[in-house]
Write a protein that binds this ligand. Structure first.
Ligand code: SAH
Length: 415
């Protein structure tokens, strides 16, 4: 039976805690701030909290309640983070325990088996969208690589690792929790083997029938940008052209697909000489013709200006820059950076040419990115139209209740 609403002032700290979710510590959210939780958005920001009842430490599971006493969810607290708690369960009768984590992993693996049945290199766990906030697991052949980026993931590390090995049958797990968000969570970075052997260097993986060497210990993210699987394949379909440009090419994910799709010449630019060396190696590994590629170690902002001054023109351009805006606070500065490179790229396109442009900034949503690209086209003096909406592949799902999950967005734009 529903309880009558209780005014916050009537509740005392020692009041017996009725309901199905017990008497443990709890977070009460401010009036109105329960709305996003009722819509199953899993983040409780520090500014949304009215008060805390009971002691709680990083990694503890607590009940989140509305001021009227309504149960909202079981959340794991991160006392040092702006995201003060993340909901791991919406059910008052559930518990965050080994069984819940095992079930979440089982369902995540079953979902991958439906959407990418033949792939052995893919993301198996994608955080909030798989009901495991802050838990990432990428599979590279028989090697698993985890990123445990929240207090909850940190607390449940042993269970997550043992369930992953048990359920996948794979033995090797490496942890790459060394991103900048660790500091925001108050966690220390980790880069080490958790189970099985140290990973081979480099490890060869397969994506869309092409092979790549991946540096699991030192490469970006968990070693490879698995999130560009679908867009790389799409780019391949448009690559039977004479001149292509791959900006921010890293280890050649797009360059290899441009060549595989028939591009007669590719200019591949990255500021990292190590990344370019691996890109060249990946081109050769696939039996593609490295003599068709100019590997350019340079700053893309600078090189695009040079190409413009040289009046170079391209049929296909890929712009896949690093995260300019990790959070919304950096959005304005990031927007200027995106506009700059997109404006230059649009000017370098031949008539009918295609620009594949991306933003992986959490602080810039698809709408804003659309506006930035539109502004770039306007200032470049070109008429442009979107021919494809681009996003991460199906192994990087986005929970409908959690739009922040769509960190990678892009457009194929034709002039
Ligand atoms: N397109 C790649 C992923 C790009 S990651 C793929 O499909 O795998 C972003 C890359 O941009 C990194 O390799 C980084 O070295 C490079 N980078 C960052 N800032 C740069 C700059 N100003 N100029 C050139 N490269 C840059």
């Amino acid at each position: 039976m529903a309880r009558p609403p209780v005014n916050a002032a009537q509740r005392t700290k020692t009041a017996p805690h009725a309901g199905t979710h017990g008497t443990g510590p709890r977070l009460l959210v401010k009036a109105g701030r329960e709305k996003s939780l009722l819509r199953r958005h899993p983040w409780v920001f520090s500014g949304a909290i009215e008060r805390q009842d009971g002691a709680m430490r990083a990694g503890d599971t607590v009940a989140v309640e509305a001021l009227d006493g309504r149960f909202l969810g079981w959340a794991i607290v991160s006392p040092d983070s702006q995201i003060r708690a993340r909901v791991w369960s919406w059910s008052p009768t559930e518990r965050v325990d080994e069984a819940l984590i095992a079930a979440r992993i089982e369902r995540a693996l079953a979902r991958r088996a439906r959407v990418l049945p033949a792939s052995t290199s893919l993301r198996l766990l994608h955080g909030e969208a798989d009901g495991l906030p802050g838990c990432i697991c990428d599979r590279y052949g028989d090697q698993l690589v985890v990123q445990l980026l929240s207090s909850g993931a940190d607390r449940w590390r042993a269970t997550i690792v043992s369930e992953l090995t048990r359920q996948t049958g794979l033995r090797h797990v490496y942890e790459r929790s060394d991103t900048e968000v660790m500091a925001l969570e108050g966690l220390s970075p980790r880069n080490e083997a958790l189970a099985g052997d140290e990973p081979d260097l480099p490890r060869v993986i397969e994506e869309n029938d092409l092979r790549y060497s991946v540096d699991i210990r030192q490469g970006h993210k968990t070693g490879f940008y698995l999130d560009q699987r679908s867009s790389r394949l799409l780019v391949r379909q448009y690559a039977n052209v004479s001149e292509a440009l791959d900006c921010f090419c890293y280890t050649g994910g797009f360059t290899t697909n441009l060549l595989a799709g028939g591009a007669r010449h590719v200019t591949a630019i990255d500021s990292s000489a190590d990344a370019l060396a691996l890109a060249r190696f990946n081109v050769e590994t696939n039996g593609l013709d490295a003599s068709r590629v100019d590997f350019v170690t340079d700053d893309v902002f600078k090189k695009l200006r040079l190409l413009r001054d040289q009046a170079k023109q391209f049929d296909v351009i890929v712009l896949d820059p690093p995260k300019f805006a990790p959070t919304a606070a950096f959005a304005e500065k990031a927007a200027r950076g995106y506009k700059d490179i997109n404006l230059l790229a649009l000017k370098l396109l031949k008539p009918g040419g295609l620009l594949f442009t991306f933003s992986c900034s959490g602080g810039i949503n698809r709408d804003l990115f659309h506006k930035i690209v539109a502004g770039a086209a306007l200032d470049a003096g070109v008429d442009a139209r979107i021919v494809h909406h681009l996003a991460a592949g199906p192994d990087h799902p986005i929970a409908t209740a959690f739009p922040e999950g769509e960190y990678l967005k892009g457009f194929a734009v034709q002039v």
